[in-house]
Ligand binder design. Structure first.
Ligand code: AMP
Length: 611
């Protein structure tokens, strides 16, 4: 991130700029700085960047700027691997376009009722964000027409490849007008992704967020895996449970600096924020107050904290993960000053896991996983702190007035010193109770590949809750009510399951992976070998799938066929194969677990046109 660059220098139209500034973004992230001018100029772009780098705004802002507001047909199509990401990207568009009149964005994903989607499509949307399977369905049905498309974005392309969607992606790309702009983002660049880029991108500008290598010694680095909505709780526990002199908390936006400082202030911390809105005098005053112990906690954005050199800072908390390792190194370098030791704690959501690895790799330092302070630890620290205050008061204050009162009360109340002291202690600790070992429930680590981990935002549930699928019987859709959104990590033995959709229905391995991963919340890495037969298919899944998930999967539709999943008995009775199954029965031996669906590994049938 260059210090001088601001959003207003990026030539974004006023309504978009206003929205971005209102969101509290202070400066473009590195990927935004590199990508926005290129996309604004209409060029194709290949971006190597992962979640957490600000890549959504990197494509959404310039593409919105190029939109024709008078035109109500789809002009931008974003393909995303999962329902959750599609919703998040749609919400980001909505937020950035809040001052663009008559703007509509529509997320389209499997598991959502077709009638709802068709109604929304009829109303018209300039931006469509969808998962490949559902976009294909709408293209096939003629309910989504891409004639007027100006730009297509492939978001998390490597993830779409991993989930077996890449053929669909190719088909969709082929269905878009030749002149459209293409932006492709991928955290990694496997050959198949490069090949797509070479085929579909014209003179693409390539942007890679390189991380400079550096090492940070003397600083103990740890991370906590949590969902966004657990962060504030975790923060207050750390501030209570960890030992530090002063602490700096890094967040991404100035609005977040204010919000968190306010919340900590309400909990009794001597806290202030440091952000780009503050003038130099105010900034200097805040730093002086921090140096002179009047403040213990600062909540800052990267740029506002640049160059901050305060020896007292012994704990850095990365509340929002930094965009890249360079920013990380800068942040944690605010501690460990003047040869002192320091501690750095990083909050990571499951989606940001890869960014954590990138940072570790670039800094060549392991970042250890930590557990949050428990109720016992917090109780112990509160007791110690109280005792220290007590000792200091006995030592330093003239207590004769109070001693007289104590003596007087002991007689009048006919009680003992211990009872009196205990009662006084009880009264004194009321605002910050000491007996709290059981008051802090465990903050559970979210499941490792849960992709729905962002803090709820005002518009977030608009798409997910309101559009809960109501089954419409004959509609070919993927699933009805979904089980809870946590991704399941299923371990142990695998079993071969049979599903009642096969080659004659036009099914492909990617459809099955997508349906099971997205509808049953089973991570695609736990979906093993898939075999396609004429009238049915088999898929290897963990043996311990909960009954309610099986019930749910039975009702899921793929290619208009109810999956009716059952444990495969190996029999081909019921005329399923009608003699046209592969000569050997489906293999029973396990494919490697954890390898995920290997694209191309399963036999594929040519896509059949659907009504
Ligand atoms: P993404 O990598 O697109 O998933 O974005 C990660 C998070 O960073 C989202 O919560 C964005 O709202 C936020 N974000 C993106 N760009 C900026 C920026 N320039 N300044 C502050 N926050 C940002």
């Amino acid at each position: 991130m260059s210090e001088s660059m601001s959003f207003s220098q990026l030539a974004l139209p006023e309504p978009i700029l206003r929205a971005v500034l209102e969101l509290g973004y202070e400066h473009p992230s590195p990927i935004q700085e590199a990508a926005i001018p290129k996309l604004l100029a209409g060029e194709d772009l290949l971006g190597q960047a992962q979640t957490g780098t600000g890549k959504t705004a990197a494509f959404a802002l310039p593409l919105l700027a190029r939109l024709d507001p008078a035109q109500n047909d789809p002009q931008i199509l974003v393909l995303a691997p999962t329902r959750e990401l599609a919703i998040q990207v749609a919400e980001a568009f909505q937020a950035y376009a809040r001052y663009m009149p008559a703007f509509h964005v529509l997320p389209l994903y499997g598991g959502q009722n077709y009638t709802t989607q068709l109604k929304a499509l009829k109303r018209g949307s300039q931006v469509i964000v969808g998962t490949p399977g559902r976009i294909m369905d709408h293209l096939d049905r003629g309910t989504l027409v891409l004639d007027k498309l100006r730009a297509i974005v492939l978001d998390e392309a490597d993830e779409m490849l991993r989930m077996g969607f890449i053929d669909d992606v190719q088909t969709i790309m082929d269905a878009t007008p030749p002149g459209r702009q293409v932006a492709m983002f991928s955290a990694t660049m496997p050959n198949q992704i490069r090949a797509i880029a070479q085929k579909h991108l014209k003179n693409a500008h390539e942007v890679k967020i390189e991380s400079k290598t550096s090492t940070v010694e003397r600083i103990q680095q740890r991370y906590v895996m949590l969902d966004n909505n657990q962060k504030l709780d975790a923060l207050t526990r750390i501030l209570e449970g960890e030992e530090y002199d002063a602490s700096i908390i890094f967040v991404r936006t100035k609005s977040a600096t204010e919000e968190i400082a306010e919340k900590l202030g309400a909990r009794g911390y001597a806290v202030a924020c440091l952000n780009g809105d503050m003038n130099q005098a105010h900034r200097e005053l805040t730093i002086r107050r921090l140096k002179s112990d009047q403040l213990d906690v600062i909540v800052a954005t990267d740029v506002a904290a640049r160059g901050l050199d305060v020896e007292r800072i012994s704990l850095v908390i990365n509340y929002d993960i930094p965009y890249d390792s360079e920013a990380y190194v800068h942040r944690i370098g605010r501690t460990g000053r003047a040869g002192r030791d320091g501690k750095a704690i990083l909050f990571v959501s499951p989606r940001e896991r890869r960014l954590l690895r990138t940072i570790e790799h670039a800094t060549r330092q392991p970042i250890e996983k930590m557990s949050l302070p428990t109720g016992q630890v917090i109780e112990q620290r509160r007791i110690e702190s109280f005792r220290a205050q007590l000792a200091q008061t006995i030592e330093a204050k003239n207590l004769s007035f109070f001693q007289d009162l104590v003596n007087d009360w002991r007689e009048k109340l006919e009680t003992t010193d211990t009872d009196m002291a205990a009662a006084l202690l009880y009264l004194a600790q009321k605002d910050s109770p000491l007996n709290v070992a059981n008051q802090f429930p465990e903050i559970r680590e979210p499941h490792s590949r849960d992709r729905d981990d962002r803090a709820p935002s005002s518009g977030r549930d608009k798409f997910s809750r309101g559009d809960r699928p109501e089954r419409s019987g004959d509609r070919p859709e993927r699933g009805g009510d979904r089980p809870p959104r946590q991704r399941r990590e299923l371990k142990g033995d695998y079993t071969n399951y049979r599903i009642e959709v096969g080659k004659e229905h036009g099914v492909r391995a990617g459809d099955i992976v997508g349906a099971i991963a997205n509808e049953a919340n089973i991570d695609s890495q736990f979906i093993g070998n898939i075999k396609l037969f004429d009238h049915f298919s088999t898929v290897e899944l963990p043996a311990n799938i909960p009954a309610e998930t099986m019930q749910h999967l039975k009702k899921v539709y793929v290619r208009k066929q109810k999956l009716n999943i059952s444990v495969d008995t190996g029999s081909t009775a019921g005329g399923s194969t009608s003699g046209s199954a592969p000569s050997s029965a489906p293999r029973r031996e396990r494919t490697e677990t954890g390898s995920g669906p290997r694209p191309g590994a399963a036999p594929r049938a040519p896509r059949k046109p659907r009504d």
